[in-house]
Design a protein around this ligand. Sequence first.
Ligand SMILES: CC(C)(COP(=O)(O)OP(=O)(O)OC[C@H]1O[C@@H](n2cnc3c(N)ncnc32)[C@H](O)[C@@H]1OP(=O)(O)O)[C@@H](O)C(=O)NCCC(=O)NCCS
Length: 171
Amino acid sequence: MKDKVIDCKDTKISISEMVLPNHTNNLDTLFGGKLMYWMDMAAAICANKNTKKISVTASVDNITFKSPIFKGDIVTITAFITRVFNTSMEIFIEVSSQNSESQKSVISNSAFFTFVTLNEKRKPVKSIEVKPNTEEEKKLFNGALRRRQLRLILAGKMKPEEADELKSIFN
Ligand SMILES: CC(C)(COP(=O)(O)OP(=O)(O)OC[C@H]1O[C@@H](n2cnc3c(N)ncnc32)[C@H](O)[C@@H]1OP(=O)(O)O)[C@@H](O)C(=O)NCCC(=O)NCCS
């Protein structure tokens, strides 16, 4: 049976949280580990809603904390699938924070998560395909192969000489 093809934009989900005192560090700003938990949760919801199967986090690319998020801010995390490889998929996460009084919103960070879809025997399976339409989606879709090879090399799952998308870096 052919895999279901979904437009990248239709895979998008978003979740919001208000930063409460028990989410903060000693500077009254959002604790990084709490934000990473929310990012992983958004990615998991995106993967599970679209594949309609259990999908687990396989890897997270580097997360940089560009600007602090303050107590009382509203954090919104959006997630969409940029590309499905075989059993794994890349999910782009973007975090914005909004001051509840001024309503001013800033993008505070972004990251790529890789999720793997599992069957009832907990074995990786292929489920869906995604199709990019906008210029931004196409750029992310095309770059996904390069990022995949880089993360597999870093995880010791691919030899640098096999990474045809990264020839200019490694050879
Ligand atoms: C993720 C996991 C299922 C992969 O299992 P595995 O035995 O390595 O399976 P495979 O080697 O067949 O790889 C399956 C897919 O995962 C991808 N993958 C495995 N490790 C990866 C990594 N470090 N980074 C990116 N992708 C990875 C492979 O490239 C492959 O993708 P593809 O089918 O699209 O080519 C397994 O490592 C696992 O269960 N990890 C724990 C997951 C977990 O508990 N997460 C946190 C809680 S949700």
